[in-house]
Design a protein around this ligand. Structure first.
Ligand code: GLC
Length: 555
């Protein structure tokens, strides 16, 4: 790591104004996938009062903020990522008053709340799209979306070769009032998620107003869904490739990561900054390179972008170190904090990605200590603090994710990372709902009784207690988290350490060591042991770091 990078990790001078806490630069943000977090009314679907009732758990875990996935009025074709009304709460999740109460209580506990904004597309049942379908070709109502004539002599072919992220063509043909086939509309995701036309001033104004609506209610920020998708290349040119576009990918495409998208975020930043309390924007953006991703977090754009490059790495020292260096350097080059994420509601849970079983669990424990020792902000996906694995054997009749269904490949489905959180008890759904309720929109495995919050609480060997300890230390140790120049990351080259070992310092007094190899490694003792993901024998002047483990040291 170069001295330039160290300097770039510091808070930019222009942002150090009075009253700015930069809370977000090192915040640990807990992702609540609302359908699966806590169900207050026994309908088998998590909801806002459910989250509210579990705030003591989240505050006790030691996170700084929650990001709640969409809870707006939605026909649920993509479980809330198809929004029919951006200012209304879906009855399955509660009411606007429930949200107000949740926000008040969260703030009272010192937890910030980030909501999910879905600007790339609406639901097909949004009033605008219903109006557009009923309106004639070329009308102002249709211009809010992307309608085009088909190719072929009778318009029978899609307007271009774009494929939906979920599989199949990204275009669906409409039927005119007289019953004849009409124009096609674009949907980068499901047909029930028509893409908006962000060239239109009216669309931009509407979303500024939606942002104001939630900012006025007091939210602390927005996670911006498909933040790289809103602007399409002029003329909607063919991709010219036969292979399928992955949601999680780095391809250069005419509908993702277009330069024009940044103008939108500059306008949003002005709005966010006009509110007190450092309200933030977080981009869910997939860009071809970390450099392109850094564009989203320039000082006049959004605050953070998810670091999917880190998530995509295998549990292997070289790959992790390269991703860390690259992320710190590129985010640092624009003065932004890096972010770190291991799992979310769109990807296979990392216990399983890292090999599953005891090995996957050991690696996930080590990865948690690695992530929480890195400079910047970390995202924790609900259930990772319990070590939940991906559920790979959900009976096929329960599978509901459009990505799995539309692609025709259940292995691509995301249901397995969305199974309701196990709270207590010994039988599914493990206290997910009110006492006596057995309802759960996805079935939880019979094997999860040892993975509940109740079962793991107080067990010193549990994943939950590891996260609690790590988060408490992260708060207590001044060298962790904060992106000040003097606590930037400094790699250590340890004599005799094999390539599978990563070691770095944060500040003068903190060292993190990770052994990604399958053999234990004996190394000189760096100081006093603070926390470890596995039993670490410490002798007078040497320590043994087991396979797939990590440890924190006070120097
Ligand atoms: C984002 C969401 C994902 C959703 C998609 C379409 O990638 O994280 O869950 O399906 O956008 O809105």
């Amino acid at each position: 790591m170069t001295t330039e990078t160290l300097a770039a990790g510091a808070v930019p001078a222009g942002e150090s104004g009075a009253g700015r806490t930069h809370w977000w630069r090192d915040a640990v943000i807990y992702q609540v996938y609302i359908r699966s977090f806590a169900d207050s009314d026994g309908d088998g679907v998590g909801d806002l009062p459910g989250i509210r009732s579990r705030l003591p758990y989240l505050a006790g875990l030691g996170v700084d903020a929650l990001w709640i996935t969409p809870f707006y009025l939605s026909p649920m074709a993509d479980f809330g990522y198809d929004v029919a009304d951006y200012r209304a709460v879906d009855p399955v999740f509660g009411t606007l008053d429930d949200f107000r109460d949740l926000l008040t209580d969260a703030h009272a506990r010192g937890l910030r709340v980030i909501v999910d904004l879905v600007p790339n597309h609406t639901s097909d049942l949004h009033a605008w799209f219903v109006e557009a379908l009923a309106a004639p070709e070329g009308s102002a109502a249709r211009d809010r979306y992307i309608f085009r004539d088909g190719r072929g002599s009778r318009g029978e072919l899609p307007p271009n070769d774009w494929e939906s992220v979920f599989g199949g063509p990204a275009w669906t043909r409409t039927v005119d009032a007289d019953g004849r086939p009409g124009q096609w509309y674009l949907h980068l995701f499901a047909p029930e998620q028509p893409d908006l036309n962000w060239e239109l001033e009216e669309v931009r104004a509407e979303f500024l107003d939606v942002l104001r609506f939630w900012l006025d209610l007091g939210v602390d920020g927005f996670r911006i869904d498909v933040a790289h998708g809103m602007v399409k290349a002029p003329g909607l040119p063919d991709v010219g490739r036969a292979d399928h576009v992955e949601l999680i990918g780095n391809a250069v495409l005419p509908f993702f990561d277009q330069d024009g998208v940044h103008e939108i975020y500059r306008a949003w930043r002005v709005l966010l900054d006009s509110y007190p309390g450092e309200r933030i924007g977080v981009a869910e953006a997939w860009a071809p390179t970390p450099e392109r991703l850094a564009n989203y977090v320039r000082p006049d754009e959004l605050h953070q972008a998810f670091n999917f490059d880190f998530l995509a790495q295998p549990f292997q020292a070289g790959a992790l170190r390269a991703a860390i260096d690259h992320s710190l350097a590129t985010a640092g080059s624009v003065g932004a904090p890096s972010t770190w994420v291991l799992s979310n509601h769109d990807t296979k849970r990392h216990v399983t990605r890292y090999g599953g079983g005891a090995v996957g669990r050991a690696r996930a424990r080590a990865a948690a200590l690695l992530m929480l020792a890195l400079p910047g902000s970390a995202y924790v996906y609900q259930g990772e603090e319990l070590g939940l694995p991906e559920v790979l054997d959900i009976p096929v009749e329960f599978l509901v994710d459009p990505q799995g269904i539309q692609s025709g490949d259940p292995a691509k489905g995301r249901d397995g990372c969305r199974v309701p959180l196990p709270w207590s008890g010994t039988v599914p759904p493990y206290g997910f709902g009110p006492a006596g309720s057995t309802a759960s929109w996805l079935p939880a495995p019979a094997s999860w009784s040892s993975l509940t919050i109740e079962a793991e609480s107080g067990d010193p060997g549990s994943m939950l207690e590891l996260y609690r300890s790590a988060l408490a230390l992260r708060r207590a140790l001044p060298s962790l988290g904060a992106q000040t120049a003097d606590s930037a990351l400094m790699w250590l080259e340890l004599p005799g350490a094999p390539e599978a070992v990563l070691a770095f310092r944060r500040g003068d007094r903190f060292v993190c060591m990770v052994n990604t190899g399958s053999e234990a490694v004996t190394l000189p003792a760096p100081g006093a042991l603070l926390l470890a993901s596995a039993a670490v024998p410490v002798l007078a002047d040497s320590i043994t770091l087991p396979a797939d483990s990590a440890a924190w040291w006070r120097v």
